[in-house]
Design a protein around this ligand. Sequence first.
Ligand code: PMP
Length: 362
Amino acid sequence: MTNRAYNFNAGPAALPLEVLQQAQEQFVDYHGAGMSIMEMSHRSAAYEQVNNETQALLREMYGISDNYHVLFLQGGASTQFAMFPMNLLAPDRVGAYVMTGSWADKALKEGKLIGETAIAASSEADEYRRIPALSDIVIPERAAYVHITSNETIEGTQFQAFPDTKDVPLIADMSSDILSRPVDINKFGMIYAGAQKNLGPSGVTVVIIRKDLAESSPKTLPTMLRYDTHAKNNSLYNTPPSFSVFMVNLVLKWIQSKGGVEQVAELNRAKTNLIYNAIDQSGGFYKGFAHTDSRSMMNVTFRIHSEELEKQFVKESEQQGFVGLKGHRSVGGLRASTYNAVTHESCQALASFMADFQKRNG
Ligand code: PMP
């Protein structure tokens, strides 16, 4: 029996055990090649197959039309914060941002370095405890795009529905909830996500971008920072993060084996609600950070009335095999990240631990 922690890390985060075991089997000798995938040329037929199949799996699982490129880039979601305005924010246009928390704020800061920006809506006055009402979103004239963060990893909030931005492309940072629920990607101009939460290990960033947008980059933009470079070269312009893409491939097949995104969303709801129920049934001992209607199914953020007790909670949880429950340093408190690969059993164990901790300290 493999000794696996109850892993609630925010990212890098838990991967499915089956996927790790498959990777282990193929680690030294990839399908009889006498070498691992890491040791192969990225121009080899074997790697090209992995690259193409991984794109095809994403297209199939999300129902993405031919009107989009699926790209595998490097530099994390943080590089995308700068790269999409570099490509899409022309000098006479405005980049509009919906401010929902720490990651939206980072995206806006980078946008400001590139061009003119505007805030389309914000919940900052509410300490980013909720997603602004879609009806409060104001799209400025001359908007090049509207940017949202579909799931705020630190505050633990998540868009439950997406704004209709009409002709203005909607761009979403889906780093912490990609493939956790069905989403019609064809309504977006572009989405992007670092892989290290729901898709695989760190090292690769998935970008799905409408073809016309990928072709609109300014001529002076350096080669590696242009979406059209990667689109024209099937994400093989330079050496790709081949092992990470290979792992994403295995994770996508694992999601498929669970029945696809809709089934995974149901499993996520069931397991994450075990933790929300533990909060809601605690009579106020645990307090959720996010407003109920903005709660994330990926990151559960909560507090206990004293910081001392929070520290004790983390310490005791670690002694009992739980990992990653300390909240992000910017908001404090506690956080359980329940990405796709976090098991129902882990969430059940956490809910029991929470009830037990409350009994002893309430
Ligand atoms: N956006 C969100 C929503 C995130 O959660 C993170 C990582 N925690 C990032 C962006 C930054 O991603 P990366 O570390 O891949 O640059």
